[in-house]
Write a protein that binds this ligand. Structure first.
Ligand SMILES: [Fe+2]
Length: 152
């Protein structure tokens, strides 16, 4: 068998395995782990009174904290959900299902959270310069999409 025929066979075998679900079982399982019916609210939310947010609103607001610089231009950024010491619950039917981080309107990170075993929290090293704006969007499966921004 020459090299070309070998690659053809590998390609055909990969396609056959893929359609049989052998090569992609983790993706299929992952998508089944979080039933989409549990994510029922994708409405963009905001504070009713920005000067006086409620505990419910603070519970869904990502708190952005800039920490130390690594000496190479990357700053450690801590993101906690929610704000001012109020922690969003993490339960099988109510949890923070995703987090997106934007630097000056450019998406730099996207994280999905499973329902139950992990809280909405993250730390990243992000290359930041003075006046860069970090926007964090989080999704609560029941209470919608919430954002917060912080200028570096
Ligand atoms: Fe919630």
């Amino acid at each position: 068998m020459n090299r070309r025929d070998a690659f053809k066979k590998i390609g055909i075998a990969s396609i056959a395995l893929g359609t049989a679900g052998v090569l992609v079982p983790n993706m299929a399982v992952s998508q089944e782990k979080i039933p989409s019916k549990l994510i029922i609210n994708r409405q963009r939310m905001s504070f009713a009174d920005p000067q006086n947010p409620s505990d419910f609103e603070l519970k869904h607001t990502p708190e952005i904290t800039f920490l130390e610089n690594d000496g190479k231009g990357f700053t450690r950024v801590k993101i906690h959900i929610g704000s001012k010491g109020i922690v969003h619950p993490t339960e099988e039917n109510h949890w923070i299902d995703h987090m997106k981080i934007f630097k000056n309107d450019t998406l730099v990170a996207f994280t999905e959270f499973e329902n139950g075993p992990i809280r909405g929290y993250a730390e990243y090293y992000i290359k930041l310069a003075t006046n860069d704006v970090v926007l964090v969007e989080v999704g609560c499966n029941l209470h919608g999409i919430w954002t917060n921004t912080s200028m570096f």
